[in-house]
Design a protein. Structure first.
Length: 327
């Protein structure tokens, strides 16, 4: 029995090693390390604004007491963690660094957890808007800041369920694997799992994404029904239409990478990936996953007057203080 289990572990490890080595050779031969450039650029552009916006929300009581801004701060925090881990993973893979297995596991689990937290937070922000419009007089009673903090904590617990389950699966399948590989990717790690485990993971992601999508569509449809008699939709370029369009595009950009990831896994399962699979993965990790996180802070600064005025006030104070110290 033990010999059979050891043989199974060895087989899974060999699959991971083989795909990882092949993956890096394709990246090296096609100069795909250049994808590190858009990754660094988009990450830098986002990290210029995210910390400032997060601090503005958390440090100013007028913003900190609003549930929608607490949810926004949580999404910005999850996005920053995701960007840091993603940049580290893309950099290591581009340079072919043989990182320890435990570090690879940590980065993969962190990416899944932070990505899940962002998607769940985006969904809750839509629900928060729906509750505010549907029950404006009872909104403070239904979603006070104290309850919002508990919801955010529960959200992180939910976001951690999948990555912790994956971590347990990797430990069961791989055992105490101390092999170092040139490429660390969740896609390759999932491919090395047994078929039943992969089916379960697929079902988990499909169910979660489907529930979030249905909930968002339901809220938006009912928001339109509730507000269509108010006249805010009559003008083609009304603020409501522009806000809805911007938020819809943002939501699509958050959800599309998950669908692309499912396509990647299907290509890898059919062993038809080659350069195509590597290209899709790099475009997804280096561009598609970063675009919504890059757009989010700038969108909310422009669309929310309270945030815009607060950021403007903070930046003006810093500039004024620097001018006084220079003088």
């Amino acid at each position: 029995m033990e010999a059979w289990m050891e043989a199974g572990v060895t087989a899974h490890v060999d699959v991971w090693n083989s795909i990882s080595e092949n993956w890096y050779l394709i990246m090296e031969s096609s100069h795909m390390d250049l994808f590190l450039i858009p990754t660094v650029f988009l990450t830098s552009v986002t990290m210029l604004v995210n910390p400032v916006l997060s601090l503005c929300i958390l440090c100013f009581p007028s913003l900190r007491q609003e549930t929608r801004y607490l949810l926004l701060a949580n999404m910005l925090f999850a996005d920053m963690l995701f960007l840091i881990v993603n940049l580290a993973m893309v950099s290591c893979n581009s340079m072919g660094l043989y990182i320890p297995y435990w570090l690879c596991e940590f980065m993969m689990v962190s990416m899944v957890m932070t990505y899940s937290a962002s998607v769940l937070t985006v969904t809750l922000m839509v629900v928060d808007t729906y509750v505010a419009v549907r029950w404006p007089l009872r909104y403070k009673e239904i979603l006070p800041p104290s309850r919002a903090r508990k919801i955010i904590l529960s959200l992180w617990v939910m976001a951690a369920v999948c990555p912790i389950s994956l971590l347990v699966m990797f430990q069961v399948v791989m055992g105490n694997d101390d092999k170092r590989r040139p490429v660390c990717l969740m896609l390759i790690a999932l491919h090395s799992l047994e078929e039943k485990m992969k089916v379960g993971i697929h079902l988990y992601f499909i169910i979660v994404i489907s529930l979030c999508t249905v909930l968002i569509v339901y809220c938006y449809i009912h928001l339109y029904i509730i507000t269509k008699t108010s006249g805010i939709w009559r003008s083609r370029y009304s603020r409501a239409r522009m806000t809805l369009l911007a938020h819809t595009l943002l939501l699509m950009m958050y959800f599309v990478p998950a669908l692309v990831f499912a396509v990647e896994l299907s290509l890898l399962n059919r062993e038809a990936s080659g350069e195509v699979g590597v290209w899709i993965n790099l475009v997804n990790m280096c561009v598609l996953m970063l675009l919504p996180r890059c757009c989010t802070p700038y969108l909310y600064i422009l669309r929310y007057r309270e945030i815009y005025k607060t950021v403007q006030q903070v930046l003006w104070k810093k500039r004024h203080q620097s001018q006084r110290s220079a003088a």
